[in-house]
Design a protein around this ligand. Sequence first.
Ligand code: HEM
Length: 210
Amino acid sequence: MMALTGLFLITFLAVHLIGNLQLLKDDGGKAFNVYAEFMSTNPVIQTVSKGNFAFILIHIIWAIILTKKNKDARGANGYAVTSSKSSIWSSRNMGILGTVILVFLVVHLKHFWAEMHYGGIPTVNYEGKEVRDIYSVVAHWFAVDWYVALYVFCMVGVAFHLWHGFTSAFQTLGLNHMKYNPVINFVGKAFAIVVPALFAWIPISMFFKF
Ligand code: HEM
């Protein structure tokens, strides 16, 4: 469950990033607004979106169940050695990293997703078509220093979470093979660095008006 929902969320992240990169276009937010309007009104995307929220919930609930099971299985004493050269920091702290991402998601969904779906945001007119101006909401928040700092900090959490999670998902599903492991490892580590870095770059570049 963790691996399958995790891989779905990884795919979501890649698609979400491609959409958000429209924010970097110097067009006053037009490309991003048109993209966001399509995503929030297309019935197929809206069905996938419901699945997305369900998978996020399952991923969180399963993580809590697994953590409790692991703790119970170890008994009252826990591990005699808590840091080991055979496991990396991110793999031992997936719960903490996941919690950072959860806090990020609550803030993020409240300010952007809830605003888009339930807020009374202004509209703009592009070639006779009325479109909600979600760009103005993003631009408003990405001009606030602590908000940009929070995003950048949380993207470091996302990076560490993916650093272990991406390759671990393949391992859990038994999709590991001496021949393919180097490729899975390379793609996993590259994804864990490039995707959060680009997510962080968007608020940074908007804040500093690059
Ligand atoms: C520069 C960074 C980001 C920006 C500007 C951004 C922007 C947005 C916007 C505008 C929406 C509402 C779109 C709509 O419902 O039509 C949204 C939804 C969402 N975002 Fe982000 N986002 C960013 C990063 C992230 C990250 C890093 C994650 C996950 C770790 C994330 C998770 C989500 C989720 C789960 C939704 C709800 C999607 C759905 O309706 O299925 N976002 N984001």
